[in-house]
Design a protein around this ligand. Structure first.
Ligand code: ADP
Ligand code: MG
Length: 416
């Protein structure tokens, strides 16, 4: 059995000390405060957000910490522990979309987006970031960065949005805009909502139906793994996910095309109709028959079935039926592999090996094409399952994976 590295989360006092330490070293003074925002895993409901569907993230205990000091001019200086010698220094005055390149586009983009939204009180600041969220592994280090930044700016400039769920929606919008328009990364709001709205012991049911009030679009669902004697193992396959090579855009546009062909605004309408019928499988078959192209039929079948699985998963957890929850995870993965075709061999091997080692269910999480896998395992079994996955990776000649244990944790908060 191969060994495997487990990534431990920093506790808040460690995260705050590290971020403050980096701040003092680089900028030569103490910060005004330290804020944190978590990475996330999506339990089920993949590639459904842009189809007006449902998804179900939890916040990870792994967070990005940012130490901040406000300035009395319009300069923004940012540094990250990942590359502490690289201090990015930008003037917010006159900055436009796409005006910052590289990682600094994420935090600077948030200040820019808040100013674009009319919050002129947001001026210059110095920021130092440390993180224990793995990068580009589908666990949303980018939203951990933009959301910690948004909450920090809200704090130092006294915007007053961070204290309520409703207020946080303004901060989520700025974080999304930073990723889309400054960093050039397509993101639909799942990651930022998770980082800003999740609560400990719960998953966050996010409903992307248009027209729904942002407050009503999120509900807290019980997700107490300990009570059920379970753990959620996350395997970072180290096959770095790449959504920028056009695959994500292709999936999106084939869903939009299918909706047009079916005469609906989005595939959620199809999912709701199928779910409400007497025999959902027959209803779905009838819909698919109306589409000419086999690939499009497969994409639609994934989206409709996946949206349906989200509420079944919530119900399974609420009634303590871990076996059913595991089966739904397996079905989700099979659908993402066969119908949506967004898995890669590393994801499929990690899922298969997790099951072989006794997981109740396993699936890829995030956009696919690399990234991470989650497995529902009995309490205390995470290491054994992860080691088995590492062994299978070695047999297949893949890079060594990494692991962490996920517990449904808190959203963004002030630490110091
Ligand atoms: P994910 O969000 O799943 O981790 P993304 O590709 O969306 O993957 O975001 C990863 C990018 O976010 C990194 O390549 C880097 O540019 C930026 N990033 C996130 N966290 C940090 C950090 N702590 N320091 C520097 N850059 C970061
Ligand atoms: Mg991201």
């Amino acid at each position: 059995m191969s060994d495997i590295e487990f990534l431990e989360a920093y506790d808040d006092s460690t995260g705050a000390a590290l971020a403050s330490g980096l701040f003092a070293k680089v900028f030569g003074s103490d910060p005004d405060g330290v804020w944190a925002a978590p990475g996330r895993v999506n339990l089920i409901g993949e590639h459904t957000d842009y189809n007006a569907g449902l998804c179900l993230p939890i916040a990870l205990p792994h967070r990005t910490y940012v130490a901040v000091h406000l300035r009395d001019d319009m300069r923004m200086r940012v540094v990250s522990s990942v590359k502490p010698e690289d201090v990015v220094d930008i003037d917010l005055e006159g900055l436009g979309a796409g005006g910052v390149k590289g990682w600094a586009a994420y935090p600077i983009g948030v200040a820019w987006a808040l100013r674009e939204a009319g919050f002129d009180t947001v001026c210059g600041s110095d920021m130092a970031f440390v993180t224990c969220v793995p990068f580009a592994s589908g666990l949303s280090s980018s939203a951990a960065m933009t959301c910690s930044t948004a909450l920090a700016l809200d704090g130092v400039f006294g915007l007053g949005f961070g204290g309520t769920d409703k207020g946080r929606i303004t901060l989520i919008d700025a974080a999304v805009r930073a990723e889309n328009d400054m960093a050039g990364a397509s993101t639909g709001g799942l990651d930022q909502s998770a980082a800003m709205r999740c609560t400990p012991g719960h998953s966050l049911r996010l409903d992307f139906r248009p027209g729904l009030d942002a407050i009503d679009s999120a509900t807290q669902e019980p997700f107490d793994l300990e009570e059920l004697g379970l753990e959620l193992l996350v395997i970072d396959t180290q096959a770095h996910h790449q959504l920028n090579d056009g695959q994500y855009g292709q999936r999106r546009s084939s869903c939009e095309r299918a909706a047009r062909e079916l005469g609906v605004a989005n595939l959620r309408e199809v999912a709701d109709e199928v779910e409400a019928s007497d025999d959902p499988q027959i209803a779905l078959a009838r819909v698919l028959n109306r589409l000419d192209d086999e690939t499009t039929r497969k994409r639609v079948r994934h989206v409709v079935n996946e949206i349906g699985r989200v509420d079944r998963f919530i119900k399974a957890f609420a009634s303590g039926d871990a076996r059913e929850a595991g089966k739904l995870m397996d079905a989700s993965h099979a659908s993402l592999c066969d119908d949506y075709e967004v898995t890669v061999p590393e994801l499929d091997v990690a899922v298969a090996a997790s099951r072989e080692a006794g997981a109740l269910g396993a699936r890829m999480t995030g956009g696919g094409f690399g990234g991470s896998v989650i497995a529902l395992v009995a309490r205390g079994e995470s290491r054994a399952v992860a080691c088995h996955v590492a062994g299978s990776f070695a047999d297949n000649g893949f890079r060594t994976p990494r692991a962490l244990v996920a517990v449904a944790s808190d959203s963004a908060h002030r630490v110091r």
